[in-house]
Write a protein that binds this ligand. Structure first.
Ligand SMILES: Cc1ncc(COP(=O)(O)O)c(C=O)c1O
Length: 403
């Protein structure tokens, strides 16, 4: 019998899977003496743990076995209705429950999108830098990347136009995080949103609008969601309960008007996991269905994260040498710092910083072509203010030891 050599055992699509710096780092951050700005963790003290406990009991009493039974792939009707209602309220345009697909985290949504669109070698358009989890998801479908330049106002429409005009083969979709982007904390300006929608409409390229942080806005007014524009472009909006309730519940949603895309996503999800956990959906819904509760809860998250952001910025101003530049995001969980010194490599910095017991994510992981080395992503949502001050002072010491 012929056998497959061990080297050829795994599918080609697994060849680009790398241990994620972030996941590896999460392991190190379990140590209590390490201050981590590395992971993308929400503040656990703000999880509505008591309420989720109460709702779990209530759900079991009211729904009993139904909450433990198999359910439909699209998501329980209560959840789809809630998502449609909340987005209609936030974005001022009408969404229908039939446009909502409940997923197991928005990370699954990204995987499903890649699964239905990407053949090996297909092009995806990304911001530069981009969310690492999206790059990982697309990597496993052997995507190739076309990167669009960004500045403090997010993706630059002229750069997108250039990329689309010259792309061969044309890209399957454009992926972007318009609000308080992971990793940079930058927000796409309102004016650019419409421009980007119109450009994609002209080139007939679908848009994947990944928006985990839109509700975590500390100041200013929200810019319109790309999906709220009246457009012929196929736009897939991705939202999640991870940052507004708790990531461990793995309840998230994709929303789109394009029925053809919707149906393929549903069939793909069916093949992956049949449906998102029924109990998690019922309990999640029981908690979020009261607008007053949700609005109060989100107001608390905004206040606490806003204070932590301000504090981190103050500490950076106080401790960092002049060659370190950083922004002051108006929301979300991350800020972006760069060391303006030729050849500076934040991967090397991390090794020194780790010895000083402070962690961050080196910027290189977020560049699809892994070609920019002087950036770092700093998370400000997870550590309290005291730890932020100690951690930034340690990090500044590590930076100085290199300069
Ligand atoms: C931009 C972005 N998209 C998606 C995710 C995945 O979130 P989840 O799968 O918890 O919904 C994250 C998590 O950090 C993120 O930052």
């Amino acid at each position: 019998m012929a056998t497959i050599p061990r080297t050829a055992r795994f599918a080609a699509r697994t060849s680009r899977l790398r241990a994620s710096t972030i996941r590896e780092m999460l392991k190190a951050t379990q140590r209590p003496d390490v201050i981590s700005f590395g992971g993308g963790l929400p503040a656990p003290e703000l999880f509505p743990a008591r309420e989720i406990g109460i709702h779990t009991q209530e759900v079991m009493q009211s729904f009993g076995p139904a909450a433990l039974q198999y359910s439909v792939t699209e998501g329980i009707p209560e959840m789809r209705g809630w998502v449609a209602r909340r987005l209609s309220m936030r974005f001022g345009v009408n969404f229908e429950p039939e446009e909502v697909l409940v997923t197991n985290g928005s990370q699954q949504g990204l995987d499903l999108i890649a699964k239905i669109f990407l053949d090996p070698g297909d092009h995806v358009v990304l911001e530069n830098p981009s969310y690492l989890g999206a790059i990982q998801a697309f990597d496993s479908y052997q995507a190739r990347y076309l990167t669009v330049d960004t500045d403090i106002d997010g993706m630059i429409p002229e750069s997108l136009e250039q990329v689309l005009a010259h792309a061969e083969p044309p890209p399957k979709f454009v992926y972007l995080v318009p609000n308080f982007q992971n990793p940079t904390g930058r927000t796409l300006s309102a004016q650019r949103r419409e421009q980007i929608v119109r450009i994609c409409e002209r080139y007939d390229v679908p848009i994947v609008e990944d928006d985990p942080y839109g509700e975590l806005q500390f100041e200013g007014t929200p810019a319109p969601a790309l999906i709220s524009y009246d457009s012929r472009a196929s736009i897939i909006y991705s939202g999640t309960g991870s940052k507004i309730v708790a990531p461990g519940m793995r309840v998230a949603w994709l929303v789109m008007r394009d029925q053809e895309i919707y149906e393929r996503l549903v069939l793909s999800k069916q093949a992956v996991d049949l449906h998102t956990g029924t109990l998690a959906q019922y309990v999640f819904h029981a908690y979020v269905q009261s607008d007053a509760t949700m609005n109060d809860h989100i107001a608390t998250i905004r206040r606490v994260y806003g204070q932590r952001r301000t504090h981190m910025v103050q500490c950076l101003e106080e401790f960092m040498p002049d060659s370190v530049r950083f922004n002051r995001p108006a929301g979300g969980m991350f800020l972006w710092a760069t060391v303006e010194k030729p050849g500076f490599d934040t991967d090397e910095l991390l090794a020194v910083a780790a010895r000083q017991k402070v962690m961050f994510v080196p910027g290189i992981s977020f560049y699809p072509h892994r070609d920019v080395r002087n950036g770092m992503r700093l998370n400000f949502s997870n550590a309290g203010e005291e730890k932020i001050a100690v951690g930034i002072e340690r990090l500044a010491g590590a930076v100085r030891s290199f300069l």
